[in-house]
Design a binder for this molecule. Structure first.
Ligand code: GLP
Length: 245
């Protein structure tokens, strides 16, 4: 995993945009995995500023994760979040997004459908954020590195961190869909975005600890084409000898 330090949130967002554009050059119909959360907000804003002429503006997309058991038009829908910050402002039609049906009658079948779609299209670029417990998407601690797309129960820590989006822990659905760690590992390239002092401790662990399902994001360390873009605050506890640029 290459580490690319950023000054702050704006620098991280711009670096992410530039790197995504470079990685998607030469790909005819690129497929990009999209996260939600606060970290990628500036990246999406950078994409929107560049408009639909950018490479990422011409790609197709896969939703990284989604709550389970809410209506499609629920305010907490993560695909609606993607609509608001990225797809809508860029005029990208919904048929260019492989999304989870959050109210699917058979969640297991729905997860298997998305896994099949992703295996068919392949992933050119996965853009990821880091959960406070080291999760990627909703691959919570204990997720196998070869796990596939599936339904999961959220840990109390994830419910707490997601509460800030919706106004309290009671508003956070208990279950969710997530692309698996094994599914994400098939991506040709991966960008992990980490921002803020509250992520410093977990980021240091992700970089230093022996890769293990106990800390899901450590699976990225074995990937050949993965770049971590993190701001100064998030890198504060990482020894400077490990910072390459
Ligand atoms: C959430 C999501 C992840 C997201 C992560 C970080 O729980 N499941 O997909 O990347 O946690 O969120 P944030 O960027 O708001 O810190």
């Amino acid at each position: 995993m290459r580490i690319s330090p950023a000054e702050d949130f704006d620098d991280l967002s711009e670096q992410a945009f530039q790197l995504a554009e470079r990685l998607l050059a030469r790909r005819r119909q690129p497929v990009v995995v999209l996260p939600t959360g606060n970290t990628p907000a500036g990246f999406y804003a950078a994409c929107v500023r560049r408009g639909s002429a950018s490479r990422i503006g011409k790609a197709s997309f896969v939703q990284l994760d989604e709550y389970l058991g809410i209506a499609a038009d629920d305010r907490r829908s993560l695909s609606r979040w993607l609509d608001r910050v990225f797809l809508g402002p860029l005029g990208i039609e919904r048929d260019r997004l492989i999304a989870f049906n959050s109210s699917a009658e058979s969640p297991d079948r729905e997860a298997a459908r998305v896994e099949r779609c992703v295996r068919e299209t392949g992933i050119d670029l996965a853009i990821l954020g880091l959960g406070p417990n080291g999760h990627l998407g909703f691959n919570e601690p204990g997720s196998a590195f070869d796990s596939v797309t599936r339904c999961v129960s959220l840990t109390p820590e994830s419910i707490l961190s997601n509460a800030v989006y919706w106004g309290g822990t009671s508003e956070v659905p208990a279950r969710a869909f997530t692309l698996g760690l094994g599914t994400l590992a098939t991506a040709r390239a991966t960008i992990l975005l980490v921002c803020g002092a509250h992520k410093a401790r977990i980021l240091r662990r992700v970089i230093e600890e022996k890769p293990s399902p106990a800390l899901p994001a450590t699976c990225l360390r074995g990937l050949p084409n993965c770049t971590l873009i993190a701001d100064r605050a998030a890198l504060a506890e990482v020894p400077s000898s490990l910072l390459t640029a």
